[in-house]
Design a protein around this ligand. Structure first.
Ligand code: AMP
Ligand code: MG
Length: 417
């Protein structure tokens, strides 16, 4: 098999230049960012999506009392072994109340799902398997001691560590927290993320601009992404490539946000005032990362507020927010960083790739369980972004992909789930 190097590639690295590998860039981000220490106490009702600022230990056993897992008949297992036929005791046990008496050896009592096991009962026979005629014959189903019961504390015991600091509370955690007797939790305040677009060519939507102008797509897109990630989006508006305008927007951002994402003007072009300003008056780290789409990425600080200078191209801005912005924002927000989950999926496409950089392709899975990529890789094709449901990640060393080869696919929900 031969490897062709695609010609005329604006993302190609100049010969001899070693660009920063994606993982190194992510590791630098991870080691540079620390959680803010702003916390608040909130009710469990508002807890989904919030980040714990302290570990949570259980205050109550779950179940609090041993109880029946089914509607049926409760009795002592040993009495059934001895007597084979049990007599039915009068009354029944319902959830939420105690029977108030014990069930004698050799007798069975009707019990409903969730009802506490009375003393004398350690096993429950499912109603459907019991024949009742004033007695209780052993059914032909095998019954073990403790069958159809839930033991006190079998799920959660007082003092159990349920969640560590930095855990993001999910909807499916709420039942556990409530069962464990938790009412209020200490969480990090929501991260405020300022979003700024820069560029003389940009106009906000709602205008009818000259053909030379470009609608500002990044700001609404990134603001919506921030909202999806569970942070507070702060719209810092649009700044033309005028130093004073960029400066006042950065000032506004640093007073209202914990981190600012700017797009456009991050390279070293003549009008790239974001880079100019940050390098002169702030702190600027300028990274050339071996990623496509990507181009330059600036990591900076303005008055103690972190700034991510994203590429202006909407597709690159979107991908770079997910790949580099996400670890930074998650760590700042207090969340323990867990990389997004990718899946190995057979490829429905062929591709010849230049080695040495990582590529993220707009992709989605098809009904055959294979992953397709958008027909054209053109970096300006916003339709490719709306067509896609995730990204295929091709590693630095990958060169040839044939149909059926396993490739790493990240559904977008892996990033914001
Ligand atoms: P830049 O990073 O400023 O060199 O911009 C790269 C490309 O992205 C240019 O074609 C810009 O016009 C375009 N671009 C920059 N910012 C935005 C934006 N907010 N919305 C849409 N396109 C943009
Ligand atoms: Mg620009």
């Amino acid at each position: 098999m031969t490897t062709e190097i695609p010609a005329d590639d604006c993302f190609a690295m100049p010969p001899g230049v070693k660009w920063l590998p994606v993982d190194d860039a992510i590791n630098r981000i991870i080691s540079n960012f620390v959680p803010r220490d702003k916390t608040e106490k909130i009710s469990l009702h508002d807890a989904a999506g919030r980040i714990l600022a302290e570990p949570i230990t259980a205050l109550r056993n779950n179940p609090a009392m041993s109880n029946s897992a089914v509607d049926g008949f409760g009795f002592s297992f040993d009495s059934l072994q001895e007597k084979k036929v049990l007599e039915l005791e009068g009354g029944y046990v319902a959830p939420g109340a105690l029977l108030g008496k014990s069930v004698p050896f050799g007798k069975a009592i009707k019990i409903l799902t969730g009802a506490p096991l009375p003393s004398g009962v350690d096993t429950v026979q499912l109603q459907e398997y019991a024949q009742i005629k004033s007695n209780f014959p052993q059914s032909n189903t095998r019954l073990e001691k403790g069958a159809n019961t839930r033991l006190a504390g079998e799920d959660i015991q007082v003092g159990d560590l349920l969640f560590v600091k930095g855990h993001k509370i999910k909807t499916n955690d709420l039942a556990t927290l409530i069962a464990a007797g938790i009412e209020k939790i200490k969480v990090f305040t929501k991260l405020r993320v300022g979003v700024l677009s820069t560029g003389n060519e940009l106009v906000p939507t709602g205008m009818s601009p000259e053909p030379t102008k470009v609608f500002d797509a990044n700001r609404p897109m990134i603001l919506s992404l921030i909202d999806k990630l569970g942070f507070i989006p702060i719209d810092l508006g649009l700044a033309r490539d005028i130093k004073e305008e960029v400066r006042s927007k950065l000032n506004l951002g640093s007073s209202s946000s914990d981190i600012i994402l700017t797009s456009g003007g991050a390279s070293s072009g003549m009008e790239d005032y974001v880079s100019h300003l940050l390098s002169k008056e702030g702190e600027l780290n300028f990274w050339r990362i071996a990623i496509k789409p990507g181009r330059p990425l600036a990591l900076a600080k303005w008055h103690d507020t972190y700034i991510f200078g994203l590429p202006g191209n909407p597709i690159a801005a979107f991908v770079c927010t997910l790949i580099f912005g996400l670890p930074a924002m998650r760590i700042l927000s207090g969340e323990n960083w867990i990389p997004p989950v990718g899946f190995m999926v057979p490829s429905a496409f062929r591709k010849i790739k230049k080695p040495g950089r990582r590529e993220y392709l707009r992709a989605k899975t098809n009904n055959a369980g294979m992953v397709e990529v958008f027909a054209s890789e053109g970096s300006g094709l916003t339709t490719s972004l709306s067509w896609s449901e995730g990204l295929v990640e091709l590693g630095e060393d990958t060169q040839n992909i044939n149909k059926g080869d396993l490739v790493k696919y990240y559904p977008y929900c892996s990033f914001w789930g």
